[in-house]
Design a protein around this ligand. Structure first.
Ligand SMILES: *[C@@H]1O[C@H](CO)[C@@H](O)[C@H](O)[C@H]1NC(C)=O
Ligand SMILES: *[C@@H]1O[C@H](CO)[C@@H](O)[C@H](O)[C@H]1NC(C)=O
Ligand SMILES: *[C@@H]1O[C@H](CO)[C@@H](O)[C@H](O)[C@H]1NC(C)=O
Ligand SMILES: *[C@@H]1O[C@H](CO)[C@@H](O)[C@H](O)[C@H]1NC(C)=O
Ligand SMILES: *[C@@H]1O[C@H](CO)[C@@H](O)[C@H](O)[C@H]1NC(C)=O
Ligand SMILES: *[C@@H]1O[C@H](CO)[C@@H](O)[C@H](O)[C@H]1NC(C)=O
Ligand SMILES: *[C@@H]1O[C@H](CO)[C@@H](O)[C@H](O)[C@H]1NC(C)=O
Ligand SMILES: *[C@@H]1O[C@H](CO)[C@@H](O)[C@H](O)[C@H]1NC(C)=O
Ligand SMILES: *[C@@H]1O[C@H](CO)[C@@H](O)[C@H](O)[C@H]1NC(C)=O
Ligand SMILES: *[C@@H]1O[C@H](CO)[C@@H](O)[C@H](O)[C@H]1NC(C)=O
Length: 603
């Protein structure tokens, strides 16, 4: 064998060990001896033992030290933390809202990150490190992937760093005009590989692949238009093997997916009875009372009946592509159906993807298809007979903040930080409607399986009139039977500067300087709190946030510890108090109109 054929062999070997676009296709394998599903009941909901072990380890050996790092001995906020029997269990929840929500969420994370010295100095940096859970949905799931599929980096580095960042300067659907054909051809290769492996593919698979270029690893500006793997083959279940995860250095991540309905979002009330699912690194599950079941994530895609493989020689692995998890959680295509522009967009993407997606009906092309792991498992479950689940954006039922998994009673979360980047008002600010939808679904559909939300304003008008969508608010401060909610809405700069964080959801391309502005503004507001009738940050806000995060540790201690005078003062400013309402007039000079470029029409 001559030197050239030797190097040829080496190249071949290297070639086979390198990921490729076709690694998006799931593969068949022998089934394991272990059960692929588990069921529980509405009244006795059980967590996956691996999740329980993770939580016990993080709360046993990591979080106590992190509270100590954040709060010291508690004296700065008037407590002696040594006297707490245990610490409050904290969950973070990042809403949907496309690139706006992911960038806003990233700026908020910087402000909560104990690794960021400026945030630590402000008193807010450290909250991320004491959190047990991390929920993401739609644009918030992109943020989740950015963190969990990339070794949990710091936010500034994740979005705009050398690693090489999210590359939002390349339009998500229509990057560099000259190279769009190559781009769709590479996306097609992955989608076709999955179809050839026997799976039903849709637009959602193309969408999944496009998102992978930005939020998974392997893509940079130099290789953007080549045919390297661009994150194909990177699996959500692989989070469980990452070093930062096995050493319990990050909260436990949960992503929300919704079921497609047969409703018209533009004219009809949103049906809250459609099933809601969650994806963890270990399983695909629903704690909805009529399902109460979970399936092992690494074998999701296997055809199951009654919880066991239809053919136990052919189980499926590799279906849980990280791109497909976040592509499903952010699949808004079904909501475009039925309008002329929406139908045209769907049909255009079908054409770009070619067969087999092109010949699907628009209704079928628009949803994400997941083999139904709960077929024949839960008889009262409406999709019990279906071979496939048709899943869509996790915020489709109006619950645009991923509170659902954090409120599962078995998770016993005490404090939820609800980060809301929804575009509800004409200027793309939230108006609290997501919380109201969650409260309604919790009280009418879920009942005993989940904790309820604390008292909220009764309408979005009240939310806006009371200024609760323009500054952080604590809900349920004195409630003993709900979690305390720390609501962090995307809001105009407290300084009165022109806002960049309220870009329209349809904006799929951001220059680096726009992204930097968004990160900076989200960060500044999140370390700033508010001072009534002023445009200056609240110097006490960081410690007030500490008061809220730690409050349930105090109220659950035995004997109960009084709220400190310092924290009581914070609470009179930041708590929602139905008997002493605040007003938006206390928040002067806020500019509401987006200062960024006019949204470019995609495609
Ligand atoms: C596969 O199914 C066959 C027939 O039902 C059974 O005999 C066998 O034990 C199963 N194998 C595994 C690994 O479950
Ligand atoms: C906390 O530490 C400070 C400074 O070391 C000390 O003065 C204070 O007494 C301590 N407080 C508690 C509650 O231990
Ligand atoms: C803090 O609480 C611990 C445990 O209850 C107690 O031993 C200690 O004396 C307290 N420290 C102060 C300064 O009160
Ligand atoms: C801390 O966060 C701010 C705001 O996002 C950012 O400008 C700065 O670079 C961060 N520091 C580090 C070390 O990442
Ligand atoms: C694909 O869709 C067809 C028709 O809708 C269905 O019969 C089949 O089971 C699906 N394939 C898989 C792998 O679920
Ligand atoms: C881009 O990524 C490819 C594949 O990981 C790598 O080989 C290349 O060096 C990277 N280019 C730059 C400029 O970082
Ligand atoms: C998905 O929902 C839309 C309405 O929101 C409906 O028109 C469409 O038929 C549904 N698709 C499937 C495959 O059921
Ligand atoms: C970003 O930079 C471009 C070109 O230098 C400039 O035209 C634009 O105004 C800047 N945008 C922002 C948001 O700063
Ligand atoms: C009512 O709320 C304001 C802040 O909005 C606070 O300053 C005041 O102390 C509160 N009054 C009472 C009685 O709690
Ligand atoms: C919570 O309880 C404290 C002490 O009883 C009281 O002063 C405060 O007004 C209450 N706050 C709310 C929001 O109900």
């Amino acid at each position: 064998m001559g030197p050239s054929s030797l190097s040829f062999t080496i190249l071949l070997l290297l070639g086979t060990s390198t990921a490729s676009l076709s690694d998006y296709a799931p593969t068949l394998t022998a089934c394991p001896d272990t059960s692929l599903t588990r069921t529980f009941t509405a009244t006795s909901q059980a967590l996956n033992p691996s999740e329980s072990d993770f939580v016990a380890a993080r709360e046993g050996s990591v979080i106590p030290q992190n509270w100590q790092t954040w709060l010291g001995n508690g004296s700065d906020i008037g407590y002696n933390t040594t006297a707490f029997t245990s610490f409050a269990r904290v969950g973070l929840a990042f809403s949907g809202g496309g690139y706006r929500a992911s960038q806003f969420g990233a700026g908020v994370i910087s402000a909560f990150d104990g690794r960021n010295a400026t945030a630590v100095a402000a008193g807010t940096g450290g909250l991320l490190q004491v959190a047990t859970y991390f929920g993401g949905l739609s644009g918030g799931s992109w943020l989740t992937a950015g963190l969990y599929m990339n070794d949990f980096p710091m936010a500034q580095d994740m979005v705009l760093g050398s690693q090489p960042g999210w590359l939002l300067q390349e339009d998500l659907l229509d990057p560099d005009v000259l190279d769009t054909v190559q781009y769709y051809s590479a996306i097609d290769q992955s989608v076709d590989a999955k179809a050839q492996a026997g799976f039903n593919v849709t637009i959602a698979d193309g969408w999944a692949r496009a998102l992978s270029y930005h939020f998974l690893s392997g893509t940079n500006l130099s290789n953007f238009f080549d045919t390297s793997s661009h994150g194909a083959g990177q699996l959500w279940s692989q989070i469980a093997n990452a070093e930062f995860f096995t050493s319990h250095q990050a909260p436990f991540p949960l992503v929300v997916l919704d079921t497609n309905g047969t409703f018209d979002i533009t004219t009809e009330a949103i049906p809250l009875d459609l099933s809601v699912y969650e994806v963890s690194p270990f399983e695909f599950a629903s704690f909805d009372p009529d399902i109460s079941a979970a399936a092992e994530l690494s074998y999701i895609g296997t055809s199951l009946l009654g919880g066991v493989p239809v053919d136990n020689t052919s189980c499926v692995t590799g279906f849980d592509q990280a791109g497909f998890v976040i592509g499903t959680s952010s699949n808004i295509f079904a909501s475009l159906l039925g309008t002329e522009a929406g139908d045209a967009e769907i049909s255009l993407v079908q054409t770009l993807l070619g067969e087999p997606v092109e010949s699907l009906s628009p209704a079928n092309a628009a949803v994400s298809k997941w083999p139904n792991p709960f077929r024949g498992l839960a008889p009262s479950f409406v999709d019990s007979d279906d071979e496939e689940l048709e899943l869509i954006d996790g915020g489709s039922n109006g619950e645009n903040i991923p509170l659902n998994p954090l409120l599962v009673k078995a998770r016993e979360v005490d404090v939820i930080v609800a980060v809301d980047g929804s575009a509800d008002t004409d200027d793309n600010w939230p108006n609290g409607v997501s919380l109201l939808f969650s409260a309604e679904r919790l009280s009418t559909i879920l009942g005993d399986t989940h904790q309820q939300l604390p008292e909220l304003p009764s309408s979005t008008d009240d939310f806006v009139d009371q200024g609760l969508n323009q500054r952080p608010t604590f809900f349920g401060c004195n409630s003993t039977d709900t979690p305390l909610i720390i609501y962090v809405p995307n809001s105009p700069p407290l300084t009165g500067d022109a806002p960049y964080t309220n870009a329209p959801t349809t904006q799929l391309q951001f220059e680096v300087n726009e992204t930097q502005n968004i990160l900076d503004q989200a960060y500044a507001n999140t370390i700033g709190g508010f001072v009534p009738n002023a445009n200056t940050p609240d110097p006490n806000w960081g410690r007030c946030l500490q008061c809220a995060a730690v409050d349930r540790s105090r109220s659950k201690a035995s004997p109960t510890i009084e709220r400190s005078a310092f924290c009581a003062t914070c609470f009179s400013q930041y708590c929602y108090d139905p008997s002493n309402l605040s007003s938006s007039s206390e928040l002067p000079n806020r500019k509401l109109t987006y200062a960024g470029p006019a949204a470019s029409l995609s495609l």
